[in-house]
Structure formats: C-alpha cells, structure tokens
Write a protein that binds this ligand. Structure first.
Ligand code: CFM
Length: 537
C-alpha cells in the first residue's frame, strides 16, 4: 500500500460528503483539524450519538458499575437487572486487585445479580432486590453493598434508594444505590458522575483514621488496568509518599471512607472523577491538581509536582533520587528502541483520557499522533477546563443530579494558606486540566465519538503504523492490515503506567509497529472491486 498523504481538511470534507446533510452538519462540529498548540477551537462533545451510526460508546451503567466502582474489592457490587447486564460487567474488565492476605475479602471475581425475569418487570423487582441483599449479606458479611440500576429498573420505577435505606437499617451495613440506568446519559460519562455523587454522599468522610505515614495523597482516576496501580504504588512508596486512598484501582471501602483525611488529591483521569475532586475540595478543603503517570517524562513531572506541593526538602531530594534511578532504566530501553520507532505514526480513540495520555508515550518513542479523539470526553477534556463556564448544559446532562456541597465544618481544614497556594499556582496549576488539543500537533485530526465509517476512512487514507482503540474495533482494524493495540485492556499486556510501565509499552509498540505480518496479509475483498455511492443532498 502506497502512503497517500491527504490534507486533513479534505479528508474531513470527503467524510462529511457521505453523510445525509443533517448528520454531516452535526459531525462537522465534532471533527476538527487541530490549529496547533495555541488552539482556541471549539469542539462539540458529550452529545447524543446519531442513531444508526456505529459508535464506540458504552452505557451509563458501564461507567458507574464497571469503571468507577468495579475495581474495589470489598464492596458487593450488586446489579439489579437482567443477567445479561451483569454478565457483561463480570470479569470483562481488566482491573486487578491485591488483597493483603488470602483471607481478606475480595469479591472481584463474583458476579452479583438479581437476575430480573419477565415477572419482575411486570410486578416490580424490589422484593427480589431485598432478598438479594439479605442473601449477599448472609453469605459474605460484606462491609458494604452497592446497588446498580440497569435500564429496566428505571423504566418500571423500582426505587433502589428506598430499598438501600431499608436494607441498611435491617442489616446494619452501609448500603447505597446508584440510579445509573444505561440510558441515563449519552455515554459512560454520566455513570462516572453518578458514581462520584454516591461516593461523596454515602462513603467519603465516614472514617477519620488516615493511612499511616507522611505526605498523604489520594490518587483519583486510576483504575489499575493491567496492574498500573501496583506500579504507581511501588513508585510512591519508594519516594516516601503515602497513598491514603485510591479511586479506585486496588482500593477498599476503608480507603474511600478515609479519603477526606488526605493532604492532597491528584487526578489522573479527569473525565471520570473530576467531580469527586471538586466536591472534596469544597467539603473538606483538599486541593487538587492534575497528574499524568502515563509516560516516563510525565511520571517524573507528576512526582515533582507532588514534592513541590509538600515543599519538604527531604521528600524533594528523595523524589529526585528515585527519578534518576528509574530514568536510567527507562533510557536504556528507549535508546535501543527509539531508532526503530522514530517517524512511525499512531492514532488513538479511547474513552475520555487515554487518547490524550498515551500520546506522551508515543512522543517518547519518536512517533507522531495523526489523529485522536475521545469516545465520551467533554469539551473540557479537549479544550481545557477554562471553557467550563461556556459549556451549555443540555437536557441529557441535566438528567444527572448535581449535588449541592457545603463545607463540613467539623472535618474541613485548609491545607494551604491562600498566599502559599498562589505561590505554587504557576507550577502546580490547581483545579486545571489543559485538555488534549493543546498537546496535539497542528493538522492532527481531532474526532469526537468516532464512527466506524470514519475509522475505516482514517485507515484507508493514512495507514497509521498502529491504531489504538478497544476490542470492538480490534478485528475490524486488523482485517484492514493495520495492527491494533488495545488501550482499555492492554491486550493482557501492561502495566503501562509509571516507569516500568513505560518500558513495557516501548517494547510492545516496538514489536507491533515493526512486525511485517500486517504488510503481507491481504483480505479477499481487497482484491475485488467495490461499489461506492454518496448522498446527493
Ligand atoms: Fe478514565 Fe479509565 Fe479512560 Fe474512563 Fe473507560 Fe477505562 Fe478508557 Mo475503557 S475511567 S475515561 S470510562 S481512563 S474503561 S480505565 S480504558 S474507556 S480512556
């Protein structure tokens, strides 16, 4: 296949031409040719996918149950709904967990479901839900039960919150519900928000005993995919930074309950957890800033930010020492691999943060990102949080409860004096996320909620050396002769976070982009002529 270099503006126009006028008009605002680092372009995001288009998106329940609460090992995550929804969310995620002893509670391998039947849909499922709570309590004696609503629950009007209150009273453990019906929002993103709300309402702040150690931080938006959290725990421990609580990779209920005792919140995935960070700041006075532990350079930068925040000479020295040691190992691998990966190209379409974060790793490999986009990011994830005041709240977003948070007078304390905070502001950028677009090259295609058709057209025209997405895209892309690297599950590879993670990633990408098998295969339909058509409107 010869490389065809097409002007991205022309690519966009060609793609839009294939859509009916109304759809083209909508997609036009969701596909941008990046202006460069100082971009002030506006992208349309977090709006409904056009029916009939093959989207990469998932549902609200997936974002709430699967993503945010899924990685916690000692909460019984009970799905109220048909078994299909439970099965889909059971073991299909890739988060790992490490209980301290073999006897410590760990329910991650279980699939808890009320297994709703037709009769429950007709006559209501609340009785069955109560029974399921009692049964789970009897068998496992868990500290907490979370109840997750699937689509039919909302449609028939079962009140999971009332059941949760009643069962909490009866069983004497913490039980809370989530109105995270799949249709509640336009994507998984709504589920994140709903999960965040319930954690703040029902869990955070219940236990005033912090983790033991100095420099207490909470890591928000890290979900231990492929063991990422283990690597970050290793690095933090080596630096002498105490992980008070993780939301929610390798986490426990106890960690959530004591989260308000930390000195600082650092946010990895802005999309999924910025709400908790904001609410904890208001309620308890914990400042937050964005970090990124994907990429060796970004990991070093993030550690330095944390050290700067605490302003302790000993910690700063230790962090520098750790960086030197870790970077020496990273450099050894990158020196060997980079000549083979330099100049190669990548595209990535994942979730609401990785399409941004992983560009760092590709840059470290000397590769460029031709196109990237989120499945369900919001405008702030693309353009930066500064645009938040200008985002119009539509009916779909209004559907999700916006909690009114007040200062918890008993538990609030100011971590930083205003003056000190102002002084650190320049380096730490509190409450800020600059978004993906500023980090992307001029001329790169930024595409929100990529459709299957657009994906094919990207590959057709640009032949990237690697395409990053998920399992739904994997085999379609590979049949087009382009290797696909999963960035949701890592294809069972990983971890990719931190320093060791970076080394793993370099090696995997080296193998992927330098194997010749993809250039040798030809699918049968590539040899036959195809018929193309377009709309006249
Ligand atoms: Fe955040 Fe995530 Fe992501 Fe996400 Fe996800 Fe995920 Fe993702 Mo899959 S919380 S937005 S809803 S980093 S499950 S661990 S990989 S789409 S880019």
């Amino acid at each position: 296949m010869a490389k065809i270099e097409m002007d991205p503006q022309r690519w966009k126009q060609d793609v839009l031409k294939k859509y009916p006028t109304k759809i083209a008009k909508k997609r036009e605002k969701q596909i941008l040719v990046n202006d460069g680092h100082e971009t002030t372009q506006v992208i349309q995001a977090n709006i409904r996918t056009i029916p009939g288009i093959i989207t990469q998106r998932g549902c609200t329940y997936a974002g709430c149950k699967g993503v945010v609460l899924g990685p916690t090992r000692d909460i019984v995550n009970l799905v109220h709904g048909p078994i299909g929804c439970s099965f889909y969310a059971w073991l299909t995620r890739r988060n790992q967990t490490l209980p301290p002893t073999p006897d410590s509670p760990n329910y991650m391998n279980y699939c808890f479901s009320t297994d709703m039947q037709d009769s429950n849909i007709v006559f209501g499922g609340e009785i069955k839900l109560k029974q399921a709570c009692r049964e789970a309590f009897e068998i496992f004696k868990p500290k907490a039960i979370g109840i997750f609503s699937t689509c039919p629950v909302g449609l028939i009007g079962d009140d999971v919150h009332a059941v949760a209150r009643e069962m909490k009273e009866e069983l004497g453990i913490n039980i809370f519900g989530f109105s995270c019906e799949g249709y509640k929002g336009v994507s998984q993103s709504a589920g994140h928000h709903i999960a965040n709300n319930a954690l703040v309402k029902h869990v955070i702040g219940l236990n005033d005993t912090p983790a033991e150690g100095r420099f207490l931080i909470n890591m928000l938006g890290e979900y231990n995919i492929g063991g990422d959290a283990f690597e970050l725990e290793r690095i933090l421990a080596k630096c002498g930074i105490t992980l008070n609580s993780s939301f929610s990779g390798n986490s426990t209920m106890e960690q959530f309950e004591r989260a308000h005792m930390a000195e600082l919140n650092v946010v990895m995935c802005h999309r999924s957890i910025n709400y908790v960070a904001e609410m904890m700041e208001k309620k308890y006075g914990i400042p937050w800033f964005k970090v990124n532990f994907i990429g060796a350079e970004s990991s070093a930068k993030s550690l330095r930010k944390i050290a700067k925040y605490f302003g302790d000479a000993e910690l700063t020295a230790k962090v520098e020492e750790v960086i030197v040691e870790e970077m020496a190992r990273v450099a050894k691998t990158i020196d060997e691999i980079k000549p083979r990966t330099t100049g190669k190209t990548a595209m990535m379409f994942v979730g609401g943060s990785r399409a941004h974060h992983y560009q760092e790793l590709f840059t470290e490999l000397g590769m460029s990102t031709l196109s990237a986009g989120y499945e369900f990011g919001h405008r702030d994830d693309y353009e930066g949080r500064r645009v938040l005041p200008t985002i119009q709240v539509d009916a779909d977003s209004r559907n999700i409860e916006e909690l009114t948070i007040e200062k918890d007078e008993a538990k609030f304390h100011e971590r930083l004096e205003a003056e000190k905070k102002a002084e650190l502001e320049k380096d730490l950028q509190f409450n800020e996320y600059e978004g993906m677009m500023k980090d992307m090259e001029k001329g790169a295609l930024v595409i929100d909620d990529l459709s299957h058709y657009e994906m094919e057209k990207l590959i057709d025209i640009y032949h990237p050396d690697v395409f990053c997405a998920g399992i739904k895209e994997k085999y379609c892309v590979q049949k087009m002769g382009i290797p696909l690297k999963q960035l949701h599950s890592y294809d069972y590879g990983g971890p990719y976070a931190g320093f060791e993670g970076a080394v793993n990633f370099y090696k995997d990408i080296d193998m992927i982009v330098n194997t010749s098998v993809w250039k040798l295969i030809k699918a049968p339909w590539e040899k036959a002529a195809t018929i193309e058509a377009e709309y006249a409107a």
